[in-house]
Design a protein around this ligand. Sequence first.
Ligand SMILES: Nc1nc2c(ncn2[C@@H]2O[C@H](COP(=O)(O)OP(=O)(O)O)[C@@H](O)[C@H]2O)c(=O)[nH]1
Ligand SMILES: [Mg+2]
Length: 205
Amino acid sequence: MTHWRAELVCTAFEMKQMPEPLMPEVAIAGRSNVGKSTLINALLNRTSSRIAHVSSKPGKTRSLNFYRIDPGDGAPQFMVVDLPGYGYAARSADEREGWLRLVNGYFGSGRDIPFVIHLMDFRHGPLAADAELTAWLDAMDMPRLVVFTKGDKAPKSRARSMYLNYLRGGLVSVSPPLVTAGKNDAEAERLREAIPRIIKEVSRL
Ligand SMILES: Nc1nc2c(ncn2[C@@H]2O[C@H](COP(=O)(O)OP(=O)(O)O)[C@@H](O)[C@H]2O)c(=O)[nH]1
Ligand SMILES: [Mg+2]
């Protein structure tokens, strides 16, 4: 199994707190409560001693968290960036504006962001908030990898047809969407393998 060495290098509530852009950054986006922090902990194998804050209450994160990843075997380092939750953030015009200012600032400041990992809840597939996020990423010509969360909560007997339905609905992803379960299991391992490969692929364009 691959072991990533990870360090939370920065929590930024505003642009000027963001770290110097020294390496490619893979941003993880999705509705609040979709399972961003849980997936990051699984990728970093921190399910017992957590590095990302997992919350049962949606809409807590208002910051960007930058994790520096050393994937080992002499492969180049990169950052994983946990973006503030989308959707619940739009409780008020002010909050929505704050989210947009921070995230637009992040994407608009010329950093090396090869692609975005867009998390979707496998039980629901793409929701209105996901369509909004997709349109927004499209407008920036930002490639994305769709990763489903909470696959363990969907009925096993229907998983295959649900998956195909989402694809038929026109999901666009640089690689076939993985279905994760918030654990450091085989799917998390596949994602750890896919991320450096996609960085390399997209960076050639
Ligand atoms: N069963 C299951 N629960 C999950 C999964 N991912 C997240 N959760 C739960 O969903 C809630 C929100 O997760 P969190 O990671 O804080 O979401 P975030 O707001 O996107 O960072 C927490 O109660 C998690 O334990 C998953 O893949 N499977
Ligand atoms: Mg979170």
